[in-house]
Design a protein around this ligand. Sequence first.
Ligand code: E4P
Length: 217
Amino acid sequence: MKFFVDTAQVDEIRELNELGLVDGVTTNPSLILKSGRDITEVTKEICDLVDGPVSAEVTATDYDGMMAEAAVLRKIAENICVKLPLTLDGLKACKALSAKDVPVNVTLCFSANQALLAAKAGATFISPFIGRLDDMAIDGMELIEEIRTIYDTYQFKTEILAASIRSVGHVKQAALIGADVATVPPGVLRALASHPLTDKGLAAFLADWEKTGQKIS
Ligand code: E4P
């Protein structure tokens, strides 16, 4: 399972990338706003830091506008993945871009039928939003399971990118179901490494080591 980091904060991406935890990055207009940066500048910096795909989202809502923005975004760097909304125009743009081998992440997916359409349009990634469904008391993980079944049944190559992840539990469940990727906020990504028994066990080992008076050298 690949981990993408869901942020446009360059410092966070750099730190997590140095830890070897980053296979790619996802951004969206809200994350760009949060960064306080210019989209082209910040996206270029992120693309220079990370080897994997960096999703940058169009903001046009019509096909022609999406295609024009996609061309601008693709000029930022080789590893740009164009993020398109799951609308009819977005699907049309997905089909056109995929036919030209441009990587596409279809975002804002909330149903299995939407995911089916994205796969048929040749999407590289489909982004089902788990947390936002959970917020409405709808089981987001059930959607990941449904998409996994459909994609496996028809052998679609589109990768399931579990998005809108809010907790370490979401990551575990998405991994168990077989999501190909999880895009994870920085805090949740760091929290994956934590366990109170690890901290307790390490403290006990270090205390005993101190008592031996030895050094590894
Ligand atoms: C995915 O690519 C989106 O950027 C993201 O996961 C949305 O998450 P949110 O629901 O926490 O805003």
